[in-house]
Design a protein around this ligand. Structure first.
Ligand SMILES: Cc1cc2nc3c(=O)[nH]c(=O)nc-3n(C[C@H](O)[C@H](O)[C@H](O)COP(=O)(O)OP(=O)(O)OC[C@H]3O[C@@H](n4cnc5c(N)ncnc54)[C@H](O)[C@@H]3O)c2cc1C
Length: 281
């Protein structure tokens, strides 16, 4: 590992990889990941990825997304996500990502909760693995990107409202300081700190804690996505998620008396609240 790069990307999930693929090829990039490159939530995504399949769906897609976000979403981010979705899908297919198709060869759209129509593309129920494998393979081919696994960022170097680098513990357990003019934190969520979670336990949100320590502005930290359905297990291990597309395709939820108790396609937080009410009984 060198002492200095143009860009450091912390995280090798879809966010980190997509960023690396879009940076100018003349920039020297260091990409680090805490564990094996496959240990990121991006690998675990199952149900699929939503896309604006037709321009006439824009308003409904926008409204569905805002409603699921309690209208606190940044409108410009929602707009960007929807408008760029088709190009992103085409780019992913360019990297070799294979989405399910109808018998006539057209893309197959399935449905997930909070979406008023079918607009989800998927690859069996391992969409995340399919996308992430191809993105990581594309990044590995970039001559300007150096990837280091089992390498953990433990601090940021900041001075006068500027970030000049990071402190990390490398794969040999050695503490190192690495400088860069641009630092991108693509470090995912905090699911690993919950007792019951479908996320990898290594994803603890430590990079968000570093941001708080260094007065770096964070937004919407109170929004943690709680997925309503997982397989029940007595064991203390990562939970297996029962994908939302299962409900999108018609699966129903029943209470202890075998009665259906809610609309299975409510947004995730509202459905989780309904399930908790049943569990309390
Ligand atoms: C079971 C499951 C199913 C899901 N299904 C879907 C779905 O169907 N559709 C959908 O859109 N979304 C789904 N999601 C959510 C989706 O997977 C995530 O939102 C997305 O993958 C996040 O990508 P990311 O690149 O931001 O983070 P991640 O893929 O989690 O990557 C985080 C990276 O940061 C690294 N990192 C973190 N901290 C440090 C540190 N201190 N030092 C070094 N490296 C660090 C990690 O090692 C990792 O490489 C699902 C999530 C789970 C858990």
């Amino acid at each position: 590992m060198k002492k200095s790069y143009d860009v450091i990307i912390v995280g090798a999930g879809v966010a980190g990889c997509f960023a690396a693929l879009h940076l100018p090829p003349d920039r020297q990039i260091l990409m680090i990941t805490k564990e094996d490159i496959t240990e990121c939530d991006s690998y675990l995504a199952q149900g699929g990825i939503c896309v604006l399949k037709d321009p006439s769906d824009y308003d409904a897609f926008f409204e569905d997304t805002m409603r699921a976000g309690h209208y606190e979403n940044r409108k410009e981010s929602v707009d960007c996500m929807i408008r760029s979705s088709k190009d992103v899908i085409e780019e992913l297919m360019g990297y070799g990502v294979d989405f399910a198709r109808n018998p006539d060869g057209t893309l197959e759209f399935t449905r997930e909760a909070a979406h008023s129509t079918n607009r989800i593309l998927h690859h069996e129920d391992i969409t995340g693995e399919e996308i992430t494998t191809h993105l990581q393979a594309a990044v590995k081919k970039l001559p300007n990107v150096e990837i280091h696994e089992h390498t953990r960022m433990v601090d940021l170097l900041t001075e006068k409202n500027r970030c000049d680098g990071i402190v990390l513990i490398d794969e040999d357990g050695k503490l190192q300081v690495v400088f860069a003019s641009h630092i991108l934190l693509a470090t995912g969520g905090i699911g690993g700190i919950y007792e019951n979670s479908t996320n990898y336990p290594s994803l603890t949100g430590d990079s968000l804690a570093l941001c708080l320590k260094h007065d770096i502005k964070l937004e919407h930290l109170n929004y943690v996505q709680i997925h309503p359905t997982t397989f029940y297990s007595e064991k203390k291990e990562r939970r297996f998620l029962v994908s939302e597309s299962v409900r999108g395709e018609g699966a129903v939820l029943r209470d202890k008396n075998g009665e259906r108790f809610t609309d299975e396609l409510l947004p995730r937080d509202l459905l989780s609240a309904e399930i908790l009410k049943q569990m309390a009984k």
